[in-house]
Design a protein around this ligand. Structure first.
Ligand code: AMP
Length: 371
């Protein structure tokens, strides 16, 4: 099976049986080598590790024992980083060579906790063996002695791994098919869209397009399109809807292949017609639009910001006279889209006056909720 569905989630095959078995054999042969002449005690971590522990032991050629403890640190698809108590930790371990046997090390906090419990138990040695390791989320401070395979941060099921308790019985390992989503930033000229977008790009795995930046690059490169739009932009007017739409269509195609979690549209849509065109593009690409974030700033503050930016960045449309025109365009053409998204319960408003970091915190709260 290439895809499986559990409840509302669809998962794609990530590691097939044979690949899993070769990862298991790799761990087993390293253990066989290191523990020659010893009688290690495998300490399996339930529930997830039962499959891996069983297959691992079939490949161990040493005299060994196995015991299981239960620690739970997962609920749903995100690691809660909350560890429940250890159950079944009453085996005599004094003088034993203990190999903690885990299916996956994610944040690593579960094993950190088990290691701490082992500290006062006079064991001869402790090692950690895991089938899978997520370097992207590891926060532990200990060494992992045996790793079958390192994997990216995606949520997985199958071969002992579960989603809400289901999926542990699958022979393959499957990865959550993440649904690409789109969201947008809007606001009057000078509201801080670009500044906030830059911070979001560093924090999230998102694709990003600013139609303003894209158009300015066309002008700078002297392309036909650039020549066509430079007069309008320098005069504070919007460029034709079809021109920006073609930029968005190209961007969406690339974004879909890039493996990002969500795409952020900065400065698009800016008219009702663009909002409707965007709906069409996203529908075709099967990408849900999850929210429009409106950064709200008083007009006097905008005028001050724009005159400061004019001194710094020398943008051709950053003078007070052009700002007036851009504000007119904003009021007549862009404000209606705010209502368009409000009606769909997809509008989020943020006060854009204050410290950049504070405004960003507000925006991140929204982004965490919607993407
Ligand atoms: P921005 O950098 O977003 O402030 O955009 C600068 C200028 O580029 C605008 O004043 C418009 O002339 C043009 N522009 C950017 N995005 C759009 C859009 N979605 N629709 C029409 N014109 C746009």
């Amino acid at each position: 099976m290439d895809t499986v569905t559990i409840e509302d989630k669809t998962f794609n095959v990530y590691m097939r049986e044979d690949e899993i078995q070769s990862a298991v054999k790799k761990v087993a042969s390293e253990i066989n080598e290191r523990y020659k002449g010893k009688k290690p005690l495998f300490l399996g971590i339930l529930n997830g590790a039962f499959m891996f522990a069983a297959d691992l032991l079939k490949n161990i050629n040493l005299d060994c024992q196995i015991s299981f403890v239960k620690v739970s640190s997962y609920s749903g698809t995100k690691s809660t980083e909350h560890i429940n108590q250890l159950i079944g930790f009453d085996i005599p371990l004094t003088g034993r060579d203990v190999i903690i046997t885990e299916d996956i090390i994610d944040t690593g906090l579960t094993i950190e906790y088990v290691l701490q419990q082992l500290k006062n138990m006079n064991v001869a040695s402790v090692a950690v063996a895991t089938l899978l390791f997520k370097p992207g989320s590891f926060k532990g401070t200990y060494k992992i002695d045996f790793i079958g395979k390192s994997i990216p941060n995606d949520f997985i099921i199958g071969y002992g791994f579960d989603y809400n308790g289901y999926g542990r019985n699958y022979k393959n390992i499957y990865q959550l098919k993440t649904q690409l989503t789109a969201f947008a930033l809007t606001g009057a000229p000078g509201a801080g869209k670009g500044t906030q977008a830059e911070i979001l790009r560093q924090k999230y795995n998102i694709g990003y397009i600013s139609t303003g930046d894209a158009l300015r690059s066309e002008i700078a490169a002297g392309t036909e399109l650039g020549k066509q739009v430079s007069g309008l932009i320098n005069n504070g007017q919007l460029v034709p809807d079809d021109v920006v739409l073609s930029i968005i269509v190209n961007f969406m195609k690339k974004a879909k292949e890039s493996g990002v979690e969500s795409v952020l549209l900065d400065g698009f849509p800016r008219t009702l017609r663009q909002a409707e065109m965007l709906d069409g593009v996203l529908k075709k690409e099967d990408v849900p639009f999850v929210g429009m974030i409106n950064i709200v700033v008083d007009e006097q503050v905008l005028a001050d910001r724009i005159s400061k930016r004019a001194e710094k960045d020398h943008r051709a449309d950053d003078d007070l006279e052009t700002l007036k025109k851009r504000l007119d365009e904003y009021h007549t053409k862009t404000v209606p889209i705010v209502e368009y998204y409000r009606r769909q319960n997809k509008l989020y408003e943020v006060n854009g006056v204050g410290a950049i970091e504070d405004i960003n915190k507000e925006i991140c709260k929204i982004v965490d909720e919607i993407i």
